[in-house]
Design a protein around this ligand. Structure first.
Ligand code: NAD
Length: 368
């Protein structure tokens, strides 16, 4: 067993060695692409998988070559729609056999949160790269096990943080790195929507691992980190529940949380399943400010700074994400903001601390 310090140093060494790139490649239709293609199997053919699959049609570096689902009819219709051969279609019982399938390089896990951990371990054991939706797992312990399993298998683990590749977001991050906002003092993150159908897995503690925080609050957690450019070291949190019938024990409705960063910046964030129109990031520094509103929806994302509006054109986030993830996995490209397992694990460390702070009412340290 590695201890926490060994684990961190193993993880951060390659991270620290990464060069910071100032540009991202975006898909272009200009000339036929003849480079390497990432062969991806989609696992869990639900709402978000549908969006990813559509967006991947415009991707040149990543292609759907496999499908994993528990519903035979769904496999059949998706197979026809995306031209996937029968030998590359699996269910949840037999997908370990991808091990012997050279037409699959990576599995994109798009199932409910609680399944990410066991499924990622199986994909890694089958010797394939893992792309996993957020939240990467239910807690930091599971996240760490996923990182270690992929490392042991010699495979990469990426988390579906599509905003890390969004052009307006990347522009603001680059401006912050360049010093355009001066010393960073404050971040505000508002992440929420009013949830509907009470029988969905998002409101089931066993499958979701929590409530709004695991699903939507994570955007403010992750956003705080890439906007401020540091990882928070303490948190305080307050939970409010107005509807205990809809939001049962262990399923959070609304949590406000505050974080402190090593450089002295502070953050104030809101995560909720009970209010609409909450998708806004605001960053304030000694020399200027940046706003993203909306900040993490499917777009178009709108950004502005103290110097005016940002006008990067909208590209389906999942198209850019899959282009960039293919470049990471096939060409060893280093993104401006990482999307690796360490990144997903850090968010889970913070979320664990937020839940702890909401329960204790105390200021809780965040230890990575
Ligand atoms: P969904 O309910 O629409 O789809 C989930 C799929 O998993 C369904 O096809 C379902 O049949 C399948 N599944 C397999 N085993 C299951 C089980 N035991 N119980 C329930 N369903 C099971 O959900 P979704 O909105 O597509 O979310 C899937 C994942 O994607 C979640 O982790 C979510 O957080 C993430 N997500 C990410 C984004 C993003 O923007 N990055 C957006 C939406 C969802």
């Amino acid at each position: 067993m590695t201890n926490r310090r060994q684990f961190i140093s193993k993880l951060t060494a390659p991270f620290l060695a990464m060069p910071v790139l100032s540009e991202l490649a975006f898909p272009s239709c200009a000339s036929p692409y003849e480079g390497p293609v990432l062969k991806v199997a989609l696992m869990g053919l639900g709402g978000y998988a549908t969006r990813v699959a559509e967006a991947m049609q415009a991707s040149k570096k990543a292609r759907i070559t496999g499908l994993i689902s528990g519903t035979p009819e769904k496999l059949k219709s998706w197979q026809q729609k995306y031209n996937v051969s029968t030998k590359n279609c699996y269910n949840y019982e037999n997908f370990d056999a991808i091990k012997n399938n050279p037409e699959i390089d990576a599995v994109y896990i798009l199932t409910p949160n609680a399944l990410h951990h066991p499924q990622a371990l199986r994909v890694a054991a089958a010797g394939k790269h893992v792309i996993c939706e957020k939240p990467m797992a239910l807690n930091a312990r599971q996240g760490k096990e996923m990182v270690e399993a992929c490392k042991k298998a010699g495979k990469q683990l990426l988390v579906g943080y599509r905003m890390h590749f969004e052009a307006n977001t990347v522009d603001i991050i680059q401006q912050r790195i360049n010093g355009n906002f001066g010393k960073i003092l404050f971040f505000q993150g508002l992440s929420g929507f009013r949830i509907g159908n009470p029988s969905q897995w998002r409101l089931n503690k066993e499958l979701a691992g929590g409530g709004a925080m695991m699903d939507i609050g994570i955007y403010s957690v992750n956003g705080a980190r890439y906007m401020v450019g540091e990882d928070p070291i303490w948190v305080t949190a307050q939970e409010t529940k107005t509807n205990p019938t809809l939001f049962k024990e262990g399923v959070d409705e609304t949590i406000q949380f505050q974080m402190g960063f090593p450089g002295g910046a502070v953050a104030s964030c809101l995560s909720t399943y009970n209010m609409n129109n909450l998708d806004r990031f605001f960053l304030n520094g000694e020399k200027g400010f940046a706003e993203l509103y909306p900040a993490s929806g499917y777009g178009p994302i709108k950004g502005r700074t103290h110097q005016g509006e940002l006008n990067h054109p909208h590209v389906a986030h999942q198209t850019t994400q899959m282009e960039e993830m293919a470049a990471i996995l096939l060409e060893n490209k280093k993104p401006l903001v990482p999307v690796d397992g360490l990144e997903g694990w850090k968010d889970l460390v913070i979320i664990d601390a937020i839940y702890k702070a909401a329960a204790s009412g105390q200021k809780e340290p965040i230890r990575y």
